[in-house]
Design a protein around this ligand. Structure first.
Ligand code: MN
Length: 206
């Protein structure tokens, strides 16, 4: 006798708000606990909740958040991409100052002519992003590059390996720096970038 078991229906993808990888006050005074409370607890959470509402209305074929971002458009893309971007941003930050070394530093020297030059390019790209968006350190075609993106756009959606990101939406800095995006960037780039995370991402990049 042949028994054909019906395959159980695949559970619809539901996104979760991962906890911050450090306590809320760990990035102070560069990024305050109040900023993280709002940025993670309200803004990031809202993207998760909105994406889940949209997924409940119209289920899509996606096994992972990355698949969802790569395969969606419009409002669902905007919210799903912002979920991924924020998760990546939290990991891009470090309570303790770190510096690039080893293979990562070699790649930085090749592409930018040194760490100082890279930090200037990162600050310029992030500062110059008109309106809301992000600045990214990416690995493309064997080389490191700095690129800005607007709104929820993310190099990951195009299959590009991301090493680090900086959030330049106003909600990332307004509580601590008001409208002074450049002061936020200066402090974060000098004292809070997680170069260990960047090195891990480089080691996984093809
Ligand atoms: Mn944000």
């Amino acid at each position: 006798m042949t028994v054909t078991a019906a395959r159980p229906p695949k559970a619809a993808l539901q996104l979760e708000l991962p906890p911050l990888p450090y306590p809320e006050d760990a990035l102070a005074p560069v990024i305050s606990a109040e900023t993280l409370r709002f940025h993670h607890g309200k803004h990031h959470k809202k993207y998760v909740d909105t994406a889940n509402q949209l997924l409940a209305q119209e289920p899509v074929q996606a096994a992972t958040l990355e698949d969802l971002v790569r395969g969606s458009t419009g409002k669902l893309f905007n919210n799903a991409a912002q979920v991924w971007n924020h998760d990546f941003y939290w990991k891009s930050l470090s309570p303790q100052p770190t510096k690039p070394e080893g293979a990562l530093l070699k790649k930085i020297d090749e592409a930018f002519g040194g760490y100082e030059a890279l930090t200037k390019q990162l600050a310029t790209a992030a500062s110059g992003q008109f309106g809301s968006g992000w600045a990214w350190l990416i690995h493309r075609a064997g080389k490191l590059e700095v690129v800005p993106t607007a709104n929820a756009e993310t190099p990951m959606a195009k299959g590009i390996a991301c090493l680090l990101t900086l959030d330049v939406w106003e909600h990332a800095y307004y509580i601590d720096y008001r409208n002074d995006r450049d002061s936020y960037l200066k402090k974060v780039i000098a004292e809070r970038l997680n170069w260990k995370f960047a090195a891990e991402n480089l080691s996984k990049a093809k």
